[in-house]
Write a protein of this length. Structure first.
Length: 63
């Protein structure tokens, strides 16, 4: 993700697994003020395919 962000830029970049946006999310400092109270989930982000990795779990939910 960091390599992709450095090469292509963007204020918000998120990992995707099978086309589904998940974690991690990289936010440039320019995007910090745009993060809504509910969190970055609703913030538009450029997706980076991470299909070669296993999707991470969500710390807010039990497995």
């Amino acid at each position: 993700m960091v390599e992709d962000w450095r090469a292509k830029g963007g204020d918000a970049v998120a990992a995707s697994y099978g086309g589904v946006r998940l974690h991690p999310v990289l936010l440039a400092r320019a995007a910090w003020a745009d993060v809504p109270d509910a969190g970055a989930r609703d913030l538009p982000a450029r997706l980076v395919a991470c299909d070669d990795l296993r999707p991470p779990g969500d710390v807010d939910e039990r497995d």
